[in-house]
Design a protein around this ligand. Structure first.
Ligand code: GLU
Length: 284
């Protein structure tokens, strides 16, 4: 079976040099391995994703010379499969709703030093786990916003040590067989009242459903892989190999953002840059 690579942008802005690097690296690796290349539109967050950004993704990638298989998988068309995964975790007693906003959580943990996840957010203190079934149901029925969280301690109790094969390199040089540390994320959010799946849940389901064998993506997602390995284990899904690549940075060393025009593919194209120029700029 040929290896299956995928590039999975979110249509919440225009693509920049960092996306070009990730997309072209996936395409190059797939070609060299005689593999397949899939494109996936990660548009689960309806509040931030827009059709014009999706149209621009196709246009910019085609301009770069990329070819991908169709039909393209769009997450917004697969809510039922995420729901089924969530139900399966719920049936194992691993999901509970929490009702605090991000600001409330920040206040709750402000008094003393408090552990933070790899992205720097304070770990959820687990308060809503204490609510009775009746209190939960009343709050949900009241229309209050909520997040559905993974009960990390309960989830870990049922699985052994987890690792993944890293063909790239982590932020501290991690490579080869890397030990997953899902506990570092605490009770992660897997869905919200109005969002049927978080990034973690959707990416794990889609990589499995699309048969991805090789996940090539930015180093900023390196430690998220710990959560992905845990979800794969809980949902009986195969684990792909991973290759996290360094991020393209601007002249000041900062991570590129979708709103910085200087490194946007559309702007570079308007200024007369060629796809070969883009390749050169990202070192491919
Ligand atoms: N959609 C994610 C992003 O735009 C990438 C997800 C992945 O490659 O796993 O950053």
């Amino acid at each position: 079976m040929p290896p299956v690579f995928r590039f999975a942008p979110s249509p919440n802005g225009y693509l920049h040099l960092g996306h070009a690097y990730s997309a072209l690296l996936n395409a190059d690796l797939a070609r060299r391995a005689g593999g397949r290349l899939l494109l996936r539109i990660e548009d689960i967050d309806a509040a931030r994703c827009r059709p014009e950004f999706e149209a621009a993704i196709y246009e910019d990638l085609a301009w770069l010379g990329m070819r991908w298989e169709t039909p393209v998988r769009r997450q917004s068309e697969h809510f039922a499969s995420y729901r089924a995964a969530l139900d399966r975790l719920g049936a194992q007693g691993l999901i509970y709703p929490s009702f605090e906003s991000r600001a409330e959580i920040a206040r709750m943990v402000a008094a003393a030093p408090w552990p933070r996840d790899p992205d720097g957010a304070p770990l959820y203190p687990g308060t809503a786990k204490q609510l009775s079934m009746r209190e939960r149901e009343a709050l949900m029925a009241s229309g209050a916003p909520y997040a559905l969280r993974l009960d990390m301690a309960a989830a870990l109790a049922g699985v052994g040590a987890l690792d993944w094969t890293e063909d790239g390199v982590g932020p501290n040089g991690e490579t080869g067989v890397v030990t997953a540390r899902p506990e570092a994320w605490g009770d992660v959010i897997l869905a919200r009242k109005d969002t049927p799946a978080s990034y973690h849940l959707a990416v794990v389901m889609d990589d499995a459903l699309q048969g991805a064998t090789d996940v090539v993506r930015g180093q900023d997602l390196f430690w998220a892989t710990s959560v992905h390995r845990l979800l794969q284990q809980l949902l009986d899904l195969p684990s792909p190999r991973y290759r996290h690549h360094p991020l393209v940075r601007d002249a000041s060393g900062a991570k590129l953002s979708k709103s910085t025009r200087a490194t946007g593919l559309r702007e570079l194209r308007a200024e007369g840059a060629s796809p070969a120029d883009v390749r050169r700029r990202v070192g491919l």
